[in-house]
Write a protein that binds this ligand. Sequence first.
Ligand code: ADP
Length: 597
Amino acid sequence: MMKFRLKLTLILTVLIACSMLTAGIFMARLLAQSHMNALQNNMTRELKIIEVTGDWSLNGPESALIETYTAKSKRIKEFTSATLTFIRADGKVLGDSDQDPAMMDNQLQTPEIQQARTEGYGFKTRYSDTLNENMLYAAIPIMNGKEITSYLRLAIGLEQVDAAVRQLWYFLILGLLLLLLIAAYVSYRIAKSITRPMEQITRVAKQITDMNYKARVNTKSNDEIGQLGHAINVMADSLQLQMNHIQENESRLTGVLENMVSGVMMIDREERIVLLNPSAEEILGFSSQELLGKKYKEAKQQFEFTKLIEESIEGREHIRDEMIFYFPTERILEINLNPISQVGEEWSGVLIVLHDITAVRRLERMRSEFVANVSHELKTPIAAVKGFAETLLAGALNDKETAKSFLQIIFDESERLNRLIGDILELSKIESKRIPLHFSPVHMAEFIEKSLNMMSTEAKKKGIVLSAEVDEDVYLEADEDRLRQIFINLLSNGISYTQDGGKVKVRVEQISMNMDGEYERLRIVVSDTGIGIPKKDLPRIFERFYRVDKARSRISGGTGLGLSIVKHLVELHKGTIRVESEVGMGTKFIIDLPVIH
Ligand code: ADP
């Protein structure tokens, strides 16, 4: 742009300078010419005056004439300060103010005389050999009637004229130089005013290229440059709009990718990893920084996974597979590999979607294990019922005593079967969340007393003392039936797993006071002085069918589902349950429940 401005300045300056030079030369010529004309007019006038004021007849001998006219010429020169020459019609010099006429050549052929002869006056500027100077000659003929008798000629040195013209040239050149400077300055200003908007446009265009879409050209003029600026602004507007669109889309897409549960990974046609969302980072145990830009083969990945990607790239087809990953944690992943193609390209990479299906698979396993467990649990009492019934049919019926004890066993086992099926149904109902809870305020002191009463017969049988410790004004918002189920289960466990003469106790306390001085949670502790649970079993006792001692559980008539049901019910009330126990000392179940729902 700077170069353009310089160029423009130069062109303008040269143009102005050329036109000024032409005008100057023309003027100088004109001046010189008019100077010459004035000189010539003066000389003609002087010649005429000399002619009319003198006697220029040719009477007398030649030598006398020469003498007279030479003297006369010299006298006249004193006034005119110009060389005067008197020449006879044949060209012979008869008088000269500066030289001896005898020494002078015939002057008839000199251009001024020739011109004077034909036109009535003659002028010539020429170099004089005798005077060694540029001279202006002016000549007029002296007539006698129609006939030329002689010529009068004046000559002045052009030294003066030349000096004046030279001075004129000096001034002209000086003025020209000055004008040139002014012209250069004016040109520069003009060039600047033309190039400045263009520079601005260029600057803005560069800024837009550098992704500064807010840059605008500041145009006011309506000319072509103004229109160009306006066009650039319109372009920047639409660019900005489009960029906003793109950014919006991008952030939406990023948002989706960032918040997706599934892992997404993309491999481009150069087999480089180009995208990895946070879920994929988490699943694969590598950060984006570690993997992005790397070839998938060079990334440290499970061998089978790398193989699968290779297969998908080679086959260019969709592959779905399940794989167990051992790093960073063990999990089962469903892997979907999709070949992707972009506009105009047949194949541009692979999109890999990773789903963590560990939980799904675990659930499936648990379900089938549950079915197996249930079948197993059902089998034992049924086998017993069947066995004893068979024995009775085979003849034991006759022995009254044995028959009675067998029938009792059959009754107990069917009772157990009934309980088992009841518990299983209950558990499945709770687990599938099919039972809605009916919350109502429960007066704890009253409620616990009732629950203890329900268990008192059983406790009495074993000589176990049941006790409660609960403040009179404690209320809890809960589903009363479900809460009773929790208590009955825990109390009956306490009674079952405590030796005769032991103690089972319920304590209720208010915990976690809020800023208004109200208690937000209730802690219920059911403790016994029973056999306790070994440390290694503690983490598992809430599992379905888990029993510490199968035989003992059988004797107590337990199903192995009680604690499992309790835990689910507590969780339905948004509470927590944990257990503390020491073998031989006793067990404590601690339940924390929110007071209000
Ligand atoms: P069960 O019907 O066999 O009692 P639960 O789910 O109620 O099944 O309990 C699971 C197991 O936890 C029991 O078999 C028992 O071994 C142990 N257990 C539960 N409560 C107590 C307790 N109060 N004291 C000692 N062991 C207990």
